[in-house]
Design a protein around this ligand. Sequence first.
Ligand SMILES: [Fe+2]
Ligand SMILES: [Fe+2]
Length: 351
Amino acid sequence: MSNTDNMQSNTNVLVNETQIYPGFYTTNIKKLANVDYLRFQGAFDTVITDLKNDYNKDKFVRDNSFNQSWDHIQGEARELIIKLLEMYCAAEYSGFILYKELSYQLRETNSTLSDGFRLMSRDEARHASFLNKALTDFHLTPSLEFLKKEGRKYHSLPFAWFIHSTYLSEKISSCYYINIFDHLVSHPEYSIYPLFGLYKSWSEDEDRHGDFVGTIIKSQTNLSNGLKARLVCKFYLVLIFSMTYLKYKDNEKLFALIGLDSREYYITTIKSVNKSVEKHLPVILDIENSMFFKKLDACMLHISENKKIGISNHYKLLKFIKKTPHYVALFLIMLSLFLIKSIDTQANRIA
Ligand SMILES: [Fe+2]
Ligand SMILES: [Fe+2]
């Protein structure tokens, strides 16, 4: 976090401007424009009607529970909450910008998809704005310079990677929020800030976003049917679940603050995501009783060994020689992960 400016809020408390770093993404718009929504009109109508109904329109209000000073939260706990708010504020703004731009770019070529993305950008703007206000509780306000288009660096993602990562990130967010919400309902003593009380509505919004993107996947024969589609899907599930799980160590303190074991929480969340994507994807992973997470623990050990070698005082060549066995081990573990069983959701058989 870098504070770049100071200003006075209307309550005369010094507010610091803080930088957040949304990512900017794009993909092959032609492929989105060519999505044949007519063949899947019923499915698209259902998800778009759900988005239009906006069941959580009145939920994102700052009720009286926010109406107090949060200065009693100090030290590491304060830093962790601010880190959480900044991280999610950046993610929500990323989603808002991405969906808004897709909606605009598709307005003349695919009005159904354009509508869906517009409604999703509405939700992401609402989420970002709520986090923006939450940051003011900690005397911070994000710099919104990134809303100006000049200077943005866009990452153009291949269509299959874009659509799977967008879909899974929405479904992961949904499970992430609801698991924390459920935990805090049964352990209210850890509910140290009222934002968590909104996580149920938050989860529902992200779930609907996932349903919309999932419908796009289902409408693409090359992504939803056949051996190639199953292999591609399995590849993305393994990759994205692995990348998600590897973050648990970075968030151990944050989860401890709300009474959760980070590793257990990530495993529970990934397992619930795996179940929830069954309705849209051609395969899911057989991770209930497999060695999936133990293999990822082994990956983390090799990554950490390589980090230690990286910051050691050895010569470059010696560092490379010392790192090589860990790279080989990582490659073999990842390969074994891609070979784990998957469950064919259409035929409901182990493949
Ligand atoms: Fe969101
Ligand atoms: Fe979302």
